[in-house]
Design a protein around this ligand. Structure first.
Ligand SMILES: Nc1ncnc2c1ncn2[C@@H]1O[C@H](COP(=O)(O)OP(=O)(O)OP(=O)(O)O)[C@@H](O)[C@H]1O
Length: 325
């Protein structure tokens, strides 16, 4: 569905120090710097995939999305989305894609949401019957009843984001770019947005490219991740693989009938101990979780066992450190 090959993009940015003197000087003598936002970026994405596009601030994620959606023209490289070059065939291209920039809005601020949706219907030339069916489906799935008649500026962030997603999907695109769709949302709204993304991917096979700093979004939605840092793709693979590679420690917590003396298990570190509860950190390179639980059950009358892996957030921080980004 998407082929990106050797994509590079640099931005020319004006350099200027603070102060009025510098501002006047800059009128006559401007100095520029070049920022390399993308360097030889390559990847392919198949229909129906949900790909988490992650990386630290300023890594080049939004720039890639802007190139793939036809907003930006790269300096070098190839990008085809459903056999079209986005920036050369913009009108045909946008009919196949939906874009949500979490920090921007595509809805008109002062008018009720429904007016924006009708405007988008006309811009995208959506046939009336299809528009009505899509609007009904999206209103139900995103619980927009009672919201779409309200001006955008009066909506809460979570309500607006649901409307943004509806606006991006109104013309039935096959590909959805989501740039930080859950930014600033409360826990309930985040779950609702994730659930909806899962549903449209499952039922309508919409391909989703998701950029986010919320690793719970990635864990909930993406099996594959693309990691970008300083404009370069550093990792393209399975999220489970990363978990496997970086998770060398697990925490086993056990509850047991009263046992006053501590129990030590080789290959583990005792993190805490009370007469009825203990937590062990298991180094999975030295001991397995199953062996640890078996050894504990031989010495203690176990009532409950839980095993925790480090959160994905922590794994990603490790990954960013490993790649020095
Ligand atoms: N229009 C522009 N003009 C100048 N520099 C730009 C422009 N857009 C992006 N950049 C620069 O390109 C680099 C990549 O920016 P980009 O917005 O793609 O990063 P990002 O990964 O989306 O970051 P974030 O997670 O903070 O949104 C940054 O150094 C940024 O300052």
């Amino acid at each position: 569905m998407i082929i990106v090959e050797g994509l590079s993009k640099s931005f020319k940015v004006a350099k200027r120090s603070a102060g009025v003197g510098q501002a006047v000087r800059a009128l006559f003598h401007r100095e520029y710097d070049w920022v390399e936002a993308l360097h030889e970026v390559s990847f392919t994405i198949a229909p129906g995939e949900i790909v988490g596009y992650i990386g630290p601030n300023g890594a080049g994620k939004s720039t890639t999305i802007k190139v793939m959606s036809g907003i930006l023209v790269p300096d070098r490289g190839r990008c085809t989305v459903m056999d079209r070059t986005p920036w050369l065939e913009r009108i045909a291209h946008v009919k196949n894609i939906g874009v949500v920039f979490g920090q921007r809005t595509q809805l008109w601020w002062d008018v009720p949401v429904i007016d924006s949706l009708e405007m988008l219907r006309d811009i995208y030339d959506v046939p009336p019957k299809e528009y009505r069916a899509n609007l009904k489906r999206l209103t139900e799935a995103l619980e927009l009843d009672g919201i779409i008649d309200t001006p955008v500026r009066q909506l809460s962030l979570g309500q607006r984001m649901r409307c943004e997603i509806a606006a991006a999907l109104l013309h039935g695109p096959k590909l959805l770019f989501l740039d930080e769709p859950t930014i600033g949302l409360d826990a309930v709204s985040k779950i609702a947005v994730r659930q909806f993304i899962k549903t449209i991917n499952g039922e309508k096979q919409v391909t989703v490219i998701l950029t986010t700093h919320d690793m719970n979004d990635i864990e909930a939605l993406a099996r594959r991740i693309l990691l970008i840092g300083k404009g370069r793709i550093l990792y393209d693979g399975n999220l489970d693989e990363i978990k496997h590679r970086f998770t060398t420690r697990k925490t086993v917590t056990v509850a047991f009938r009263e046992h006053p003396q501590t129990v030590l298990i080789p290959g583990t570190t005792l993190l805490s101990w009370t007469a009825e509860r203990a937590a062990y950190s298991v180094d999975t390179l030295q001991a397995s979780v199953a062996e640890t639980i078996a050894a504990l059950s031989r010495q203690l009358d176990l009532v409950d066992v839980t095993v925790d892996a480090p959160p994905v957030e922590e794994l990603m921080a490790q990954l960013y450190q490993e790649y020095r980004i």
